[in-house]
Design a protein around this ligand. Structure first.
Ligand code: BES
Ligand code: MN
Ligand code: MN
Length: 462
């Protein structure tokens, strides 16, 4: 029987081609026009689980996009790993900025990926990373090395807030019974610097509407005498940060867990090259909350960002108009001990207060999620750390991820389960951006490392 590594080597072209097939289906969850493609992707994931050797796989409908569930049982007395991932992707826009079409995967070399990277929407986030687990299952089954039970729960609404997943967890507690959750949907520091995220930020996502006059007006006839909602909205948004780039919402920082000096020193020990960071993003300088490093700003500090802003005339040429309405989508990243409800409420109260009498403001809430911290002292963390050390030849550094995976907090509160954030992508892989890509090295390394986690996790419990 061949070893896991040999099996991966012998099958790597097929592993890539199968992922390419999945990447060709545009499973954009945000846009209803792609609903049939989202469904088709769910079917492809189900088929792939069965092909990899799962005993059972099914598509479970939700009020939104379906969830793919699958399992392979090895014995009643063995531990169970529940793999979570998502097969939906972000919209590919703006299309004109892609070098190759987003749903026609191709491999190209990059500075960070000299062995080539797969360019396609979802290649890293999260089809490529999710599919590593399907292939790792195949590798373990074909080499006779799967040491425990495995369940898969792959959803199709992560990129739109996982609105139906909480109910799904509550309704299927028995089916989802497991010992640990394993997720590859985060990043490592670099291909020669493995790391494991031990935190995710929470999220409060808001939309605001500012209304001035009851209709669009001639800006010469009325301009200067009536509040222009676009002018006002810009002013209100500008007022949300102070001169130190701190968020001005009263009470915003009240519950934030401050790190001790030791914890800060530890966090900042992770390698980070600010010059390379600036070069990658083509920015002359970094920017953020005074008194904190970039690692802290993205990992352990809460933030507020405008995700989109619109209103008035944005078409060809010029139109002199004083618009009736202005809009913005604004999200806040949360850290432990803030809660999504608390921060959304504080935002709404403050935003209403900022408005002058000449406009009406409507604040609505899109979705949210709670922050999480993962213990480095669990058997599962030790197993993950040892697996990466074995595969990369270096002990992974525990890091705090800046992104959010709202379901992770619910895994804990609803199922009582801890998650291991076993990501293999790079932050620079252009997730959510044009030209998203995923290293061929990262894909194959992930497939190699995942079985080592299983081996170590089962051994840890012995
Ligand atoms: N995989 C990301 C989250 C992520 C990326 C965590 C990199 C850590 C490092 C996930 O698909 C994502 O994009 N989540 C959304 C949240 C959601 C509610 C839309 C996010 O973070 O914006
Ligand atoms: Mn993701
Ligand atoms: Mn994402």
């Amino acid at each position: 029987m061949s070893t896991q590594r040999d099996y991966i080597q012998q099958n790597k072209d097929r592993f890539l081609n199968e992922l390419f097939e999945l990447l060709r289906i545009p499973s954009v969850s945000a846009d209803p026009k792609f609903a049939p493609d989202v469904q088709r992707t769910a079917e492809a994931v189900k088929t792939s689980l069965l092909a990899a050797g799962a005993d059972h796989a099914e598509i479970i409908p939700t009020p939104g996009h379906p969830i793919v569930y699958g399992e392979k049982r090895m014995g009643d007395n063995l531990p169970t790993v529940l793999v979570y991932g998502h097969y939906d992707v972000q919209p590919p826009d703006p299309l004109e900025l892609w070098t190759s079409p987003p749903f026609e995967p191709v491999i190209r070399k990059t500075d960070k990926h000299p062995d080539g990277a797969i360019f396609a929407r979802g290649s890293c986030d999260d089809k490529g990373q999710m599919y590593m687990h399907v292939k790792a299952l195949e590798v373990m089954l074909k080499t006779g090395t799967l040491p425990c039970n495995v369940k898969f729960m792959i959803e199709g609404e992560e990129e739109v807030g996982s609105a139906n997943l909480g109910d799904f967890l509550r309704a299927h507690k028995e089916k989802l019974k497991a010992d640990v959750i394993l997720i590859s949907d985060t990043s490592i520091i670099a291909n020669d610097t493995p790391s494991i995220d031990v935190g995710l930020r929470g999220l409060s996502y808001m939309e605001v509407e500012v209304t001035g006059p009851n209709r669009d007006l001639h800006s010469g006839v009325y301009g200067g005498a009536v509040a222009n909602p676009v002018n006002i909205l810009c002013k209100m948004i500008a007022a949300l940060h102070d001169e130190n780039n701190r968020v001005t919402i009263p009470g915003f920082y009240d519950n934030v867990t401050e790190l001790t000096a030791d914890e800060r020193a530890e966090l900042n020990r992770a390698p980070f090259d600010v010059e390379e960071y600036k070069r990658d993003l083509d920015i002359a300088d970094i920017h953020g909350e005074k008194g904190y490093t970039t690692i802290e700003r993205t990992g352990v500090r809460p933030t507020l960002d405008v995700n989109g802003i619109w209103g008035g005339y944005t078409g060809e040429g010029a139109k002199t108009v004083l618009p009736s309405k202005a809009f913005a989508k604004i999200s806040m990243r949360l850290v432990p001990n803030q809660t999504s409800k608390e921060i959304s409420d504080k935002f709404a109260a403050h935003f209403n207060n900022l408005a002058p009498a000449g406009v009406k403001v409507k604040v609505s809430y899109h979705h949210g999620g709670e922050p999480v911290v993962v213990s480095t002292h669990s058997a599962a963390y030790r197993a993950a750390s040892a697996a990466m050390e074995e595969a990369y030849g270096k002990k992974p550094i525990p890091t705090r991820g800046g992104g959010s995976i709202p379901i992770v907090a619910l895994f804990k509160s609803v199922l009582g389960l801890d998650s291991i954030l076993f990501g293999f992508g790079l932050d620079s892989d252009a997730l959510h951006s044009p030209n998203e890509h995923y290293g061929v090295f990262n894909y194959l390394k992930g497939i190699e490392t995942i079985p080592l986690f299983y081996k170590n996790y089962v051994n840890e419990g012995k």
